[in-house]
Structures are given as C-alpha cells and as structure tokens.
Design a protein around this ligand. Structure first.
Ligand SMILES: [Zn+2]
Length: 250
C-alpha cells in the first residue's frame, strides 16, 4: 500500500477487525456484481470505495429515465448508455487504485463460467428467479460465497450463503422452504432509499465474507422499512437439495 492508499483506507485500518491485514485482503479480493440497478449501484460504489481489488460489473441493460429514481450511480446525461460501461467510468472517478472489468452481457448458462471464473465472491443483484438459480448453481458447484439481495415496495431481503463450505445451505434450499416466495425488483414499485439500504448491506456482507467475519450460518435478513422491522432467519440446508447436497446413490 502506498502513502495515498494508507490515507484513503485509514478509517478501515483503524477498525481492529480490519487493520492493515484486512485492508490488504480487501485489496487482493475479486468480486463480481451481477446487475447494476437499484442494488448494484450502491453496492458497487461502496465496494469500490472500500478498496476491493477487482470488481466485475455485469449488466446488459441501457440506462432509462425511470432508473434514476434509485440507481444512483447514473445521471441524466447517461440515459441510453450502457450501464456496465457508465458504472465503470463513474467508479473509476471514485477510486483509481482498483481494477474494473465491465461486461455488457446478460448472464446465461452459456457465459456464466467466463463471466464469473475470475471472481472469488459473487453478489447477486439480478431481478429474476431464473438468473438467481443459475448463479446459485454456479456458486455451489464452484464453491464461491454468494450474497443475494432483492426488494419490492417498502420491503427488502438479503441472503447470505457460505458456499465455499460443503456444509452450506443454498438458494435452492431457501427457495424450496418458502414455497417460492421471493422478491424481485424488476418493474415493481420500490421505495428509492430502500434500494440504497439493501445494496449497501450487500456490500457489508461481502466485506465480512472476504475478511472471514461472516455469520457461520446461512441466513435470510428481512427488512420492512415501513414498520421498522428487521428479522434474521437461519436458512437450513435441505439434505435432499438437488443443487448443494451430495445425494450420491450407493
Ligand atoms: Zn441447497
């Protein structure tokens, strides 16, 4: 770390749980953010400012006027431009000491290996079940920790899976246990600053995951911003899960 970086990250380094060693861990880490919308915007800003060494920014959408209500990384001048390239440019004005890789692609079974292979930690800010399940399967098979967020209206949720461990539950275990209930941000009502809260929380969980400070148990954190309610629930591993459980037949 050079002198400028020591000053830049000094408030992190002063935290006993981070210190120099932890900041170096952050600088050596590689994180992929899938979806650069309401959650991906604040999440990418905080991860860049925190000094995550390499950020992969994945989104194939163009910026629209209706995005600006919550996707705070973009401005009026950006309408019609590609989210991934504008995000990269904006983040580079915030922190030039880290590497940004932008992918103007929609993640699919065909390109997921290529898009995520260089990242050790994955943030799922996508907006549909199909993509969530695809990312979950990839992370489970490749043993990469996964943090996922979603929100609708006044409510949001964060899911944390320590998929680098064999013992971890996964999104599929969760999805089965709640009978398909989940929240998706696309084309639904959403309170602007709630996206900021959930997206910021995702960045906290990624930092903790990198530093080895995450909860040892997989969990769902539900936030109801209208009622000021926070609820944390353990996500149990389904021993019959077709994604994360070893169901070898003897
Ligand atoms: Zn599972």
């Amino acid at each position: 770390m050079n002198k400028e970086e020591l000053i830049l990250y000094s408030r992190h380094i002063m935290l006993p749980e981070i210190d120099m060693e932890g900041q170096i861990m952050l600088l050596n880490s590689k994180v992929a953010i899938i979806g650069l919308g309401g959650l991906g915007s604040p999440c990418s800003i905080y991860l860049a400012a925190s000094g995550i060494g390499s950020l992969s920014l994945i989104d194939d959408d163009l910026i629209e006027l209706s995005n600006l209500q919550r996707q705070i990384i973009y401005s009026l001048d950006d309408i019609g431009k590609k989210k991934s390239s504008v995000a990269k440019k904006r983040l580079n004005t915030l922190n030039q000491n880290i590497k940004y890789i932008n992918h103007d692609e929609r993640i699919s079974s065909k390109n997921i290996d290529k898009l995520l292979q260089d990242s050790d930690f994955i943030v799922d800010c996508s907006d549909n079940f199909e993509t969530r399940k695809l990312i979950n399967k990839y992370c489970s098979v490749n043993k990469k920790n996964l943090i996922a967020g979603s929100c609708i209206g006044w409510k949001g949720q964060i899911l944390n899976f320590n998929l680098s461990s064999e013992k971890s539950a996964c999104y599929e275990c969760f999805f089965e246990s709640v009978d398909g209930e989940d929240l998706s941000c696309r084309e639904t009502s959403i309170l602007s600053p709630l996206a900021g809260v959930i997206g910021s929380y995702l960045s906290i969980e990624i930092i903790k995951s990198i530093l080895g400070l995450s909860s040892k148990e997989e969990f769902l954190l539900q936030i109801d911003s209208q009622e000021n309610k926070f609820k944390k629930t353990k996500v149990l591993k389904n021993p019959l899960c077709k994604i994360c459980s070893n169901t070898k037949k003897s």
